[in-house]
Design a protein around this ligand. Structure first.
Ligand code: ADP
Length: 246
């Protein structure tokens, strides 16, 4: 199979799998809402399991498609101008209920002058959302998550005729379980989870950071982590600030 037909084959399978999956998700939701009659607690509990398993499967399928598209070089960026502080607020708003449920304090700290940026907004939101979700997921109830932004000037050689490149840096810091040094590079690879035995406590596919890194790379940026086991983690990414039409 050549790359084009492999690409078409996998996209078709993914679409074919999504049709029955959407039916499972839709009908299980209707049943849980007791639209078709009253259910007992056990029935509701198992239906909720069916629904959340379906959602996990859908996430896995979407993640796999994203990864395949990166491999095939088919992911393109649609640049637009948008407000970074508003994007941060929106990402925090989307995890509001989860944070409240876990009694985690979520703090935003926008650096001086941080305003409009130019990037692929949907993909940028995906990066923010994934880092924020991981920070909440791996932080114990009562902990803290902080998201901060700043515009940074890269140092240039003395006397250089070029103006310094400005970078947008976003950091998501948590007080969670932390990551030991030997795992810090590995967590960006496909399917790597530090403790797969605890996947029941921390649901996930092990693909999120791999996709996040690809999305940062597409923006010509880089992502890194600073952490100590048991003492929280700090994920940061920096992308060049683009001012002109791309
Ligand atoms: P997933 O979260 O779906 O397992 P990711 O690719 O997002 O997959 O992360 C890979 C692994 O990196 C996680 O399973 C976890 O072991 C570790 N990890 C990611 N973010 C954090 C964090 N904020 N704190 C502690 N561990 C983390």
């Amino acid at each position: 199979m050549n790359v084009n037909s492999e690409n078409k084959f996998i996209s078709t399978i993914s679409h074919k799998l999504k049709t029955p999956l959407n039916a499972i998700l839709g009908f299980s939701e209707l049943l849980v809402e007791q639209v078709y009659g009253t259910l007992n607690e056990k029935q509701i509990h198992y239906l909720k399991n069916i629904h959340s398993s379906g959602e996990n499967l859908l996430t896995l399928l979407n993640d796999l498609m994203d990864l395949m598209n990166f491999r095939w070089g088919e992911t393109q960026l649609n640049y637009s101008d948008f407000s970074l502080p508003l994007a941060i607020n929106e990402a925090c708003e989307s995890v509001k209920n989860w944070v409240a449920k876990k009694n985690i304090s979520l703090e935003i700290n926008n650096g001086e002058g941080v305003s409009v940026i130019r990037a692929d907004e949907a993909k940028f939101m995906k990066i923010l959302h994934h880092l924020l979700s991981n920070a909440i997921k791996f932080t114990q109830p009562g902990g803290e998550v902080k998201i901060s932004t700043q515009f940074l000037k890269a140092p240039t050689d003395e006397g250089s005729p070029f103006s310094p490149q400005i970078y947008i840096e976003v950091t998501v810091a948590d007080t969670g379980i932390g990551i030991h040094p030997q795992d810090q590079e590995k967590i960006f690879s496909e399917f790597y989870q530090v403790d797969p035995n605890r996947s029941q406590d921390f649901e996930g596919t092990g693909l999120g950071l791999c996709i996040t890194r690809e999305l940062v790379k597409l923006h010509r940026g880089r992502i890194w982590v600073e952490s100590e086991g048991g003492k929280g983690s700090k994920f940061s990414f920096a992308i060049p600030k683009v001012d002109n039409q791309v």
